[in-house]
Design a protein. Sequence first.
Length: 257
Amino acid sequence: MRGELKSAASAKIGKKFAEKRKYLGYSLDQVSEILVINKDYLKAIEGGNYSIFPSESFAKAYFLKYRDFLKISNEFPNIFDFKTSKNKMKIQQEINFNEKIDLFSILIYVCLIISLVTGVYLFIQFPDFIGQKKINDEIEINNIQNVINELDNQNNTEILYPVDQEKIPSNKLTIDDNLLKLEFSGECWIEIYVDEKIVEAQLFKAEDIYKTEIVMPFKVIVGNADYVNGTYNGDVIDFITDANRLTRVNTINFTDE
């Protein structure tokens, strides 16, 4: 994300997180290892600046994970809502501007058609003034139609550039081959890693369902493991047996071996 995502409220909450961590006697490195959260993300939460996070869901998942560990009751700050409102205002301004441009274009097209019809009328009514005594009605009609078609083509340029379907890559995976399906009975967060790089981080609520196609090897980390059931290639995944007794965090590795 670009720009600073920080407010007085987020800074105040972050300060409370830092004070509670120090009171419990934990360093940032220790919390990072226990919760499996990058140290930079922990610093961002304590500093109240969420610009480092790639999305609101990602930031909220880590916030709740850290909050539950510290046993703090603060809610996630509405720092992203303010940014969304500004973006909506900007989009609305762009839409209004485009509507003005479209109205101006329509006026030009109407003036051109009126001018053309007026010219045809002068050809018929005043042949001596124009310098042509005989007008072919069929040619006049064709000229009018050609102008209208040209205006339509200018307003629909996408028709002139069809998409080459052969150049669009196709996904060869099928739903039956590599389907990861997760169902949630309560609030729970997940992280999915491929080659030790995070490719998914989301927060879920009761009755949510998550599906994705993914090829082994990969690993899934879940928080509140008691609230998730899942399958991969139709096989049931055990999220509860090896879950941490304190944090209820569990890591499941999927390998070809």
